[in-house]
Design a protein around this ligand. Sequence first.
Ligand code: AMP
Ligand code: MG
Length: 316
Amino acid sequence: MSGKHHNSQIRAPDAAGIAAAVNTLQGGQLVALPTETVYGLAARADCAEAVAAIYRAKGRPDFNPLIVHVGTIEHAATIARLDDRVRGLADAFWPGPLTLVLPLQKEAPISPAVTAGLSTVAIRCPSHPVMRRVLLDSALALAAPSANRSGAVSPTHAAHVAASLGDKVSLILDGGACAAGIESTIVALREGGGWQILRPGPIAVAQIAAILGEDEQEAASAGIEAPGQLASHYSPGKPIRLNAINAASDEFFIGFGPVAGMVNLSTGGDLAEAASRLYACLHRAAAAIEPRIAVAPIPERGIGAAIKDRLRRAAA
Ligand code: AMP
Ligand code: MG
């Protein structure tokens, strides 16, 4: 046993760790592993029992569909119908933190529970070297939501996973802290043309619009289509006050830039750094003795929009 990991289920992502993960996944069991966004709880997407185990472990409502992760765009083409817009976006942002909601391919080898019975599928090609290695070595498509109990704060360190799902998953690969730190941007591409952002994330709406060459359209049915976006989410289990300039004595204060706080998302006011540290700060706040949380103002430009989205849901 290495001295670094006190919990035997947490393994380094060396050759032996990767091989164990591939084996476990091929056998239909769950593995938690790092991606560039947050840690994912992965299962092979073609196996109904494996996918059911994800919903069970997270306590996730069965109407909330999962994102399918693949190693290559060729693999994506066996699961979703890809058009030229998809290829343009994939050229620009894959591998990376962009999820596309696309028409499900006929005969796609995907358990119906993955899409919660929808005729569309959410698909992404992640860039984290550990996740990529597991995807390419296993040749599997992996359903992988964030590796936390449903509705709770997402994990950006292996220890967060162990604390939330330690009794539910036998193998956690430790890839250190997640670089982006918040969940992927989700874009729905409509078959007749048009697109919408279903979840803001590390890739900003302007970057998507620049590739697609047209503006986002009003969502016609997003409420029904993406149920996971509507509920209160990312909850640290305490009341949160946003846009706070200072904190009361019973508040754990998360600062940003010159608003110091007890912890600071980014003392230099860098929004990418703030995103990467957001969930670790919320985990700290959840574990603190103060019964309430206050968060400093965060500008909504670029990835700041995604940070504010998460904080609003955490406060809901
Ligand atoms: P998570 O994996 O927990 O970060 O959440 C994945 C998100 O993707 C959920 O909020 C889902 O609602 C959304 N999603 C997954 N599949 C689809 C789909 N086919 N159509 C719309 N949204 C989807
Ligand atoms: Mg999640």
